[in-house]
Design a protein around this ligand. Structure first.
Ligand SMILES: [Zn+2]
Length: 326
């Protein structure tokens, strides 16, 4: 077969022509499939999951929090008749990693590709969140949905085998995942101590994780300077579509508008302006990304982030350095 191809090439070359330039074709459909994360009013969100087909199976980027989300991922794999060969976690937040265990229960061969930032969360952020959850349950004020989410979180953080990477990523570079080549980018001190975002040159797609959250950047463990720098690096890639951690896929133009709103929020938080001014500024600048009816909730989130994270020296100290036990 190879010899025959070479022979044809030789004949074409001898005739002064050249073989038609065959586009580099994958044996699989390279386009990503997005399984959208839900964000119901009464529960914590699920991050978006992105499924990529690869020669040795499926790559699932982020696994959601709730079983309803994971059921969709498992159903996709069943229909595709392919194993989940790899899980990539863009960051350790449980709305992106909570389903690792459910997926690996069915696909035990799936490796976990992530940065080691979760190690800091396991001694710092998670125990604190767990204590807050238990206090909320003990207070009797938790709704049934909150109690269910707290219990789900507790079982996820106890199951470290399904949170820690089997293939830790320390540096940006090209990686072979299940036979498919992807560019992995490490963003230090961004939404977490070390986020991972993906550039797929074949489809010119950025999978951004929570470096881009359409409705409002989730600053719960965020470091503003590193996050801003990461958005600059994303902008420098020649992507045509960007899949955010939450919300609809974005064009370059949409991302540029979102990034401008992000920068304005950080600038406002760093200025002497009233908190309400920064909150209103985000709502106006990011209006196109906020679901109708969700405005009041987004205002609540933004108020919290400006007050308790962006204007808190203690939060800056905590999240712009490696996470540690408190
Ligand atoms: Zn998220």
């Amino acid at each position: 077969m190879i010899e025959r191809t070479l022979a044809v090439a030789a004949v074409l070359a001898a005739c002064g022509g050249s073989p038609p330039a065959a586009p580099a074709r994958s044996a699989y459909d390279p386009e990503p499939t997005v399984i959208a994360g839900a964000f119901p009013a009464d529960r914590g969100p699920d991050g978006n999951s992105v499924i990529l087909r690869a020669p040795r199976g499926l790559i699932v980027v982020d696994t959601g929090r709730h079983t309803e989300h994971q059921d969709k991922l498992l159903a996709f794999a069943r229909q595709a008749g392919a194993p989940i060969a790899a899980i990539v976690n863009t960051h350790w937040h449980l709305d992106h990693t909570g389903g690792n265990a459910e997926l690996r229960a069915v696909h035990p061969g799936a490796e976990i590709i992530a940065t080691r930032a979760v190690e800091g969360a396991l001694v710092g952020f998670f125990p604190k969140g767990r204590a807050q959850g238990e206090a909320l349950i003990a207070s009797g004020k938790a709704t049934p949905q909150q109690i269910a989410d707290i219990k789900l979180g507790r079982s996820a953080i106890d199951d470290t085998r399904n949170l820690l990477p089997t293939r830790p990523i320390a540096q940006s570079g090209a990686a072979d995942i299940a036979g498919r080549r992807l560019e992995l980018h490490v963003a230090p001190f961004a939404a977490t101590e070390a986020d991972l975002w993906i550039y797929d040159a074949e489809t010119k797609t950025v999978i951004a994780g929570d470096l881009v959250v359409a409705e409002v950047p989730f600053f719960d463990s965020g470091c503003p300077e590193g996050w801003r720098a990461a958005l600059g690096e994303i902008a420098a890639t020649p992507f045509v579509q960007l899949i955010p951690g939450h919300g609809e896929p974005m064009t370059r133009d949409a991302f540029a508008r979102w990034r401008a709103a992000f920068d304005a929020l950080l600038d406002c938080a760093a200025s002497p302006a009233e908190v309400a001014t920064c909150v209103a500024g985000w709502r106006t600048a990011a209006a196109a990304f906020i679901a109708a009816g969700g405005e009041a909730r987004i205002d609540e989130y933004t108020t919290y982030y400006v007050t308790d994270i962006l204007r808190s020296p203690a939060a800056h100290e905590r999240f712009c350095h490696p996470l540690r036990a408190e």
